[in-house]
Design a protein around this ligand. Sequence first.
Ligand SMILES: Nc1ncnc2c1ncn2[C@@H]1O[C@H](COP(=O)(O)OP(=O)(O)OP(=O)(O)O)[C@@H](O)[C@H]1O
Length: 435
Amino acid sequence: MAPRAQHCAIWFGTPGTREQAMFAAIGWPLRLARAEAARQVGMRGGDLVVAVVDLRDADAAHIEALETALAEHADLPTLALVDADTGEDPARQHLLSLCHARLLAPFDAGRLEAALASLLSSPRRDIASIGGQSPAMLGVRALLHRYADVELPVLITGESGTGKELAARALHDLSSRRGKPFVAMNCGAISPTLVQSELFGHERGAFTGAATRRMGLFESADGGTVFLDEIGDLPLDAQTNLLRVLQEGTVERVGSSHAIRVDVRVLAATHVDLEAAIAAGRFRQDLYYRLDVLRLQLPPLRARGDDVELLARQFLDTFRTGHAVQARGFSAAARQCLRRHAWPGNVRELLNRVRRAAVVAEHALIEPADLQLGGATPQVVALDAHRDRTERDALVDALRATGCNVSASARRLRVSRVTIYRLCRKHGVSLEAFR
Ligand SMILES: Nc1ncnc2c1ncn2[C@@H]1O[C@H](COP(=O)(O)OP(=O)(O)OP(=O)(O)O)[C@@H](O)[C@H]1O
């Protein structure tokens, strides 16, 4: 069989001689990577690479290392080698849910080759637009992959500018709905009197000014995804109709009692506390339960560690491709300012500051003054941000090391279980992401 140099399989761990021989026989170069050192796996652009994980005899430590490796390479198509017992063990089951395909032992070279080929031919699932390698963002990326093809609503929470809309788009792009429309609406940006008509459409003459019949957003997104940003601002009457879409899969245009069937997945986002809105009578509890089936919490930028510099670099590089600017990088002092700033406006603020700095910088390196961060961040904020980051990293490390065992994590950090749950909420860490 002709060797296919452009194909390559990365085996996280150590393959047996039988498996090595099979890969050689089907012409697939095999690269070995220690699961614990997954970050070191580099790939050349254009390579067709798949990951292979053997779950048949994996012990707890190897499973934990594999989970980290797969989270770090969430975009890599992954084949799991399993046997009949694999599905019985919850830890392996979770790992399996992160893989894109599985091959049941015993298998021969022919079946292995077919499994690898079908993995490569399935559409490439890429969420490269979402930058960041911090533990917090690896958790988010893993959840995006996990939620993408589940036909349930996702409630995306996080401070303003953390990337909620970007995450919604990624969920759509990763899902089997990706060829269909992605329609976004900011519920707070539309006048309350027009929201119903925007979302559900109207019949001619339904209200003053409705000169023609109009299709609503849900109908126009049929087969695809509707993203409702600032869902907390949706007026109560529109909330009732949204509930019908979620419960019955139908809409009624304003001025009509005829139910029209629609096939849409609903994603919603909020940066306000919906439970407080429920308590204040501004949001329907039943709708909240319908929307909050899968939760994706985006961490604030100040909790993403080195991602700040990584994103700043990425934003500068992108900006430079379209604009003739002097700036090619950041001075050490500017990098320190980036690390210290508390980023109340999150990624959006970083993006805008970097673009602005790129324009005003008169030298090759952007300086603190270009970022306008020089004295703007009081030291006390820097310290808080630093504490936040350390606290979050310790939490994530403990959850990883204990296989997401809350009691064991609490013992490890010498805090109560209640504190672990509180810290998870505070830092937007989803236990789901580690299970
Ligand atoms: N991880 C990321 N990598 C690259 N760009 C990002 C990332 N997160 C956010 N951005 C960019 O930051 C900007 C703000 O993101 P987005 O609009 O998705 O935030 P948001 O949470 O929906 O904000 P708001 O709550 O104000 O609606 C966008 O330009 C987006 O492309």
